[in-house]
Design a protein around this ligand. Sequence first.
Ligand SMILES: C[S@@+](CC[C@H](N)C(=O)[O-])C[C@H]1O[C@@H](n2cnc3c(N)ncnc32)[C@H](O)[C@@H]1O
Length: 336
Amino acid sequence: MLTEIDILENEIRKQYPEVLEILLRDHTTQKNIFWATNNYEHFGKGYRFDDQILPELITEKNGSIIMPRVQKNKLLQQTRSKDMAEVFTPSWICNAQNNLIDNAWFGRENVFNTELEKSNDFKWSVNNERITFPENKTWKDYVRDTRLEMACGEAPYITSRYDTTTGEFIPIEKRIGILDRKLRIINENVENSGEWLEWAQTAFKNTYAFEFHGDSLFIAREAMLVTFIENYKEKFGKEPLLKSIQYIAYIISWNVWQMDGLKGVIPNSCGIVTTTTTNLFGETETKETPCEGCQKETIHKHNGTYCLIKDWPNKDLESEKKGRKIRFVDLINRNK
Ligand SMILES: C[S@@+](CC[C@H](N)C(=O)[O-])C[C@H]1O[C@@H](n2cnc3c(N)ncnc32)[C@H](O)[C@@H]1O
């Protein structure tokens, strides 16, 4: 199952109890993430735009209801591109852009790989040497460095299990995502499985992403979880314990969240607010107030449900601090 690019939800449900339930959770609404697309409504009840994604809905048809974009039919791909700007980035571009961030962080080039250009087939050659760090930084700083993929789709900048544009499977040692790189650094610096798990949790806690569509969001979450399992297996020759898998799924369910990124709220949660008041003469008056944020395109003035994310304490640096919930919108400068 894990070497396939389409991870089958019925297999996850069978193999890892409660993990599907955790992966579908939305911590802002305290419900599950929802479809936020009409593409599934032909399956009937429970598959409409506003319906929550429930485990039993996605384990139908042998778990093939939700599939990566590259496996969707061409017509559906075109419609989604037109309606919601759904065009995914090839792995070589994700690699080149992630390299730019790392060039700045390390103060040198070609840290994880060297980009190659071979007759239009852009690839990269992996640097197999153990990664070294600049004088004032350690491998732990790299794992703790917080990164975010905005409007992540299937999150190709975070984990590159497969090229989202061709469907080609990419083995662990060749991966180029933000999380793939953090896990490589941990693999190179930690041997003990308990310590490895703690640092892997830190890597996940420092990797964030958001997306509008529930299906892509779920695929992103699933790909990150499978990346964890694959790396643990590669390192220790066995599966992690179920409770470790469940905890990573829990971190992912916080850090990879459903949001309309233009508004900072749960998709489609803004609307007209109706208030009824009684005046001095006992007459009732009804007032309808539209969403000011939507009308004026001001991100801080929406009346929808602003998304919550978790600010985790940083391993070894803030052990006293408890994780706290914050509104994503509050990270955005009010003057903008
Ligand atoms: C151009 S794709 C990029 C996806 C991914 N980052 C990549 O590079 O392959 C844009 C993504 O933005 C999502 N999207 C469109 N409008 C959005 C919005 N208002 N808020 C959040 N995501 C949105 C789409 O569903 C789609 O997955």
